[in-house]
Design a protein. Structure first.
Length: 122
C-alpha cells in the first residue's frame, strides 16, 4: 500500500488505532467490550513500506452501528467526568479519546441523515 492511500484510509472516522481501542476497552463493558475485542482480533490495515510504528499504532477499519458508537461515547464521557487516566508510558485523561468517538458518532449521524433523506426522495 502506498503512503497516500494509507493516510486517506486512516483519516476516516471509523478507522481507529489499537491503542485507542485498548484504552476504550478499559472503560467499556458488556456487549460493547465484546465488539471492541472482536475488532482487536481482526487483521489491521496493512502499513506502507517504511512505516516505523509498532503494533500499538496498528489501524483497524470498524463498522460499528450508530447505537454502539453512542454507547461507547457515553461510557468514555463518563471516564472523562471521573478523571480516569489512560494506561501506558504516558498517562492522559480521556478527553482526546472522547473527541475521537464523538467524531465517529457525528459521521454515523451524517450517514443516517443522508440515508433518511434519500429514502424520502424515493
Amino acid at each position: 500500500m502506498e503512503w497516500d492511500e494509507y493516510k486517506k484510509i486512516c483519516d476516516h472516522p471509523s478507522v481507529l488505532t489499537r491503542w485507542l481501542i485498548e484504552q476504550t476497552l478499559r472503560v467499556c463493558d458488556g456487549d460493547i467490550a465484546s465488539l471492541l475485542e472482536a475488532t482487536l482480533g481482526s487483521v489491521p490495515i496493512t502499513k506502507p513500506l517504511g512505516h516505523k510504528g509498532g503494533a500499538a499504532i496498528d489501524m483497524f477499519k470498524t463498522s460499528l452501528k450508530r447505537e454502539d458508537v453512542t454507547q461507547i461515547a457515553v461510557q468514555v464521557q463518563s471516564a472523562v467526568k471521573t478523571d480516569k487516566r489512560t494506561s501506558g508510558p504516558v498517562e492522559r485523561d480521556y478527553s482526546h479519546i472522547e473527541k475521537t468517538w464523538l467524531e465517529y458518532l457525528h459521521w454515523c449521524e451524517e450517514i443516517a441523515d443522508s440515508e433518511h433523506q434519500s429514502g424520502e426522495e424515493e
